[in-house]
Design a protein around this ligand. Structure first.
Ligand code: FES
Length: 339
């Protein structure tokens, strides 16, 4: 059986390769013309040592000098020896440039521009080469804004297995993508993007997960939830979605549908504006109760603006709770990096 292996490079580029039955990751990389760091290719030098953050594998034969038992227990493995037993995500200790590869470019046509609220627009793209695009739920791409010569970063709001790819954009005055979507975008327009990129992606669910979204930071978490509809979810997954005002609140119907479709998924939302009609007024930290933090036995995924990241970090510090993992994706609305 063949498996898909995501090679996540230090510069944020991710390349996907297919590993055939009994094939090592190094052999599959070589076949795909991706030069991951290698020396002995025999499990002796440790040059290829990489951390596996998702999936199962046979670590193969190697000596202690190349990989200690402690390192193996911490998830490190030797790509020149390892053979996947499932799809894998590997953190490669090199840049994509070093490996003589780079992020792929994909092009397609806009199929939908949907105004979700006064402040938020979703757009969908049908790619010319959808079968060539693989990404991890949570990752982003750099979109070339049509007619401008500039790029903006957006996370997929759709899951890796969905045919169409979609994105959420917060409309900001003077923003390049905002201007395009609000004034000029039409179904059929050609659009190009580079990616996938980023280390903010869903890992194996081995403990409870807490998803925290600020504004259009909801997009990558929607992609993660879509992925969860395809697998057995053995731990509770809770999402807290915070926005500034009622007009920023979007995709609640979608979240309700995920709550119906994913057995152990629940969500809350809150609005900072005092005048909001929402049941919870305030910031996401007001909903970060001890019950949601499972005494620290929780993987936290946060996508939101820098002040939100800092507020959550401060809240955790004051609570004396150190989550098992804390994955963040920061974006700045001013730079219109709407992911
Ligand atoms: Fe030497 Fe893998 S290349 S241990």
């Amino acid at each position: 059986m063949s498996y898909q292996v995501a090679l996540s490079f230090e510069d944020g580029v991710t390349r996907f390769i297919t590993c055939g039955p009994h094939e090592t990751v190094a052999e599959a990389s070589y076949r795909s013309r991706i030069n991951i760091p290698l020396d002995c290719r025999d499990g002796a030098c440790g040059t290829c040592k990489s951390r596996c953050v998702a999936g199962e594998y046979d670590g193969g034969d190697y000596i202690e000098d190349a990989l200690t038992d402690d390192e193996a227990a911490a998830g490190f493995a030797l790509p020149c020896q390892m053979v996947p037993h499932s799809d894998l995500v590997l953190e490669i200790p090199a840049t994509a440039e070093f490996a003589k590869t780079g992020a792929a470019v994909h092009a397609g046509s806009i199929t939908e521009v949907r105004r979700l609220s006064a402040s938020t627009v979703a757009f969908a793209v049908e790619l010319d080469d959808r079968d060539q695009l693989a990404f991890l739920p949570g990752q982003y791409v750099n979109v070339a804004v049509p007619g401008t010569g500039v790029t903006r970063s957006y996370s997929f709001s759709t899951g890796p297995a969905e045919k169409a790819v979609s994105f959420l954009v917060r409309i900001t005055a003077g923003g390049a993508m905002s201007g395009y979507l609000a004034d000029r975008a039409e179904v059929g327009d050609r659009v190009e993007f580079t990616g996938p990129l980023g280390s903010f992606f869903l890992r194996d669910l081995v403990r409870p997960a807490l998803l925290l979204a600020g504004g259009t930071g909801l997009a990558p978490l929607l992609s993660m939830l879509e992925r969860l509809t395809d697998i057995e979810v053995a731990h509770p997954v809770h999402l807290i979605y915070g926005v500034s005002s009622d007009t920023d609140l979007v995709e609640l119907d979608k979240l309700r549908a995920y709550a119906d479709a994913i057995a152990r998924f629940s969500f809350d939302h809150c609005v900072a504006d005092e005048a909001s009609t929402a049941a919870h007024k305030g910031y996401v930290t007001s909903l970060l109760t001890p019950e949601r933090l499972h005494g620290g036995d929780v993987d936290v995924y946060l996508c939101g603006p820098p002040p939100m990241v800092e507020a959550v970090r401060g809240h955790l510090r004051e609570s004396g709770i150190d989550p098992a993992n804390f994955y963040t994706e920061k974006f700045t609305v001013a730079a219109e990096v709407g992911r």
